[in-house]
Design a protein around this ligand. Structure first.
Ligand code: 5GP
Ligand code: ZN
Length: 112
């Protein structure tokens, strides 16, 4: 499993930067986004360092979607986005593959 000393998400995995963790296993970490686009905005990352989706071996990725599903369920939003950006033109800022789980505000559910 590769790690990159300069990568902010690798630092979160190693505990060098604090985060609000939601789930952790051998291959996956999920934590709250520091600048949430909506209340409950979370990130799911493979623990191995890779900048873009195509750089991650399938076996390191396979747990990410089930974890994103569990978080989406736990958040309880009817509507939500699962987003994964690759490259600057696609709005990727952190070069460690991550899946956003972004609830869409729903006044009835108090998620705005
Ligand atoms: P991107 O634009 O690369 O798809 O999204 C990167 C996400 O990482 C952004 O939503 C940003 O708020 C989040 N982020 C950046 N640095 C940190 C950090 O140090 N801690 C946490 N929890 N989230 C971060
Ligand atoms: Zn990394």
């Amino acid at each position: 499993m590769s790690s990159n000393a300069a990568c902010i998400f690798c630092k979160i995995i190693k505990g060098e930067i604090p985060s609000f963790k939601l789930f952790e296993s051998e291959r996956v970490l999920a934590f709250m986004d520091i600048q949430p686009l909506a209340r409950g905005h979370a990130l799911v990352i493979p623990k191995t360092h890779a900048a873009k989706l195509l750089d991650v071996p399938d076996n390191e990725l396979e747990e990410c979607m089930p974890v994103a599903k569990r978080i989406a369920k736990a958040i309880g939003a009817n509507d939500y986005n699962i987003l994964q950006n690759n490259g600057r033109l696609a709005h990727q800022e952190v070069d460690h593959v991550h899946f956003h789980v972004i609830p869409k505000p729903d006044a009835k559910q108090g998620l705005q």
